[in-house]
Ligand binder design. Structure first.
Ligand SMILES: [Zn+2]
Length: 421
């Protein structure tokens, strides 16, 4: 249940994104061709019809899956012969039970097993973080700890798998990226590729954002080089139609190549610059500040952020230790904040400095200073107000969806401390 909530929230994130494009209407079936239909319901659900029954690609979120089923069965009532899961996020696997019939085969890439076990194992960690950033009520524990997820697929493959149904050949490839279990479905006859969520930022209205290589809500490393290789695999198929887990179809090989190449090259650039900086002995914060995506890539940072990705890649490769002996030990820098506040003459001068920093256009320094004061006294009204002012300033200047969610969370916490129930 908690895992479901986790991805309900993720899907809300996407709804928020698509809403920006003015897409507030009731979902309607999108007819891609005579035999491919898409139900865009917080995670696209696809139906491929054949003379021997249907193939369902992704099943949506459990909350919205019935809507997808209603839309798609209005187009075709054929038997569900296969369900293919592009990956194990719950906005793709929530409707399996609605489509499964006796004899339905369910296919996933083999890493699906560990991936869904991992999200289930850590649901007590993930649920409140997702509730925080997406502004929802957190699910209720207690969390059971290390236990297994329900595994629905009946067929697993490592690199490649293919089958033919009603004369239509389906080729499946392992294409790790956003998750380690990602797969791509390729139908050569229709020159159509279903790529799951490996193309982030889809649907706003042209995908323009750098991907979420490191999601702040927490994730295993999303390996940049795997992701690049997977995009290359899709490009090598020379598709005329690319269908994603969210957002609109992309038509025409020229347009597909333009968008996917730009996306791949941007990931490659950030990866390579990070590796270069690591080998030059630069620390992670220096690289987070230095590495900027050249304007020629023409991508925004409305969903993923380059600086977070730099840190994700850096620490994905090297872990957390930064060679400073101070950081080897259990005590964090905040262990001496209280002493520093006393040395400064109490909380007031530090709060004053925070506000001066904010006024001078250094809101992150201001935020750090409020951390210092609030470690000394977490109910300090002046410091809480300075913090609230700083967070509101950051929020006003924020253009990134995820950053905005965490700023809202900080604002909410500061307000709660100022007006305790
Ligand atoms: Zn998704």
């Amino acid at each position: 249940m908690a895992r479901v909530l986790f991805f309900v929230l993720l899907a809300f994130a996407w709804n928020g994104m698509t809403a920006q494009a003015g897409d507030q209407d009731e979902p309607k079936t999108v007819k891609i061709s005579d035999s491919i239909f898409m139900a865009p319901v917080g995670g696209n659900v696809y139906m491929v019809t054949t003379s021997e029954g249907n193939v369902i690609i992704d099943t949506g979120l459990s909350a919205t899956a019935p809507e997808a089923r209603k839309l798609l069965t209005a187009e075709n009532h054929g038997l569900t012969r296969y369900i293919i899961l592009t990956h194990g996020h719950a906005d793709h696997i929530g409707g399996i039970s609605l489509w499964r019939e006796p004899g339905t085969s369910i296919i996933a890439q083999r890493n699906y097993i560990e991936f869904v076990n991992y999200t289930t194992r850590l649901e007590g960690f993930f649920a409140p973080r997702n509730a925080a950033v997406f502004g929802h009520q957190r699910d209720v524990g207690p969390w059971a700890g290390n236990f297994g997820a329900k595994i629905d697929p009946t067929i697993f493959f490592d690199q490649q798998y293919e089958f033919t149904l009603g004369g239509v050949k389906f080729e499946l490839f392992s294409t790790p990226g956003e998750t380690p279990d990602h797969l791509t479905v390729w139908i050569p006859e229709y020159k159509t590729a279903f790529i799951g969520d490996n193309y982030d930022g889809v649907g706003i209205p042209e995908p323009k954002s750098f991907p979420n290589i490191y999601p702040l809500r927490g994730s295993e490393p999303r390996w940049a080089l795997d992701w690049i290789k997977s995009i290359d695999k899709v490009l090598s198929l020379k598709p005329e139609v690319v269908l994603s887990g969210h957002g609109d179809p992309i038509y025409g090989n020229e347009e597909i190549t333009r968008r996917l190449t730009r996306f791949r090259d941007a990931i490659q650039y950030v990866h390579d610059e990070t590796v270069k900086g690591m080998n030059d002995g630069k620390d992670v914060y220096t690289l987070m500040q230095e590495i900027k995506l050249p304007a020629s890539y023409d991508l925004t940072e409305s969903f993923g952020k380059v600086s977070w990705s730099v840190r994700g890649i850096y620490e994905g490769y090297a872990g957390w230790f930064d060679t400073n002996p101070s950081t080897m030990y259990e005590l964090p820098p905040s262990a001496v904040y209280t002493d520093l506040v006393e040395l400064a003459g109490g909380p007031d001068p530090v709060t004053k400095l925070a506000l001066e920093k904010l006024k001078a256009g250094n809101p992150v320094e201001a935020l750090h200073l409020t951390d210092v004061v609030l470690t000394y006294d977490n109910k300090n009204i002046a410091a809480l107000n300075a913090r609230l002012q700083t967070l509101n300033y950051l929020k006003e200047h924020c253009t990134n969806y995820n950053e905005s969610g965490w700023l809202d969370f900080g604002i909410k916490k500061a307000k709660e401390s100022l007006a305790p129930k």
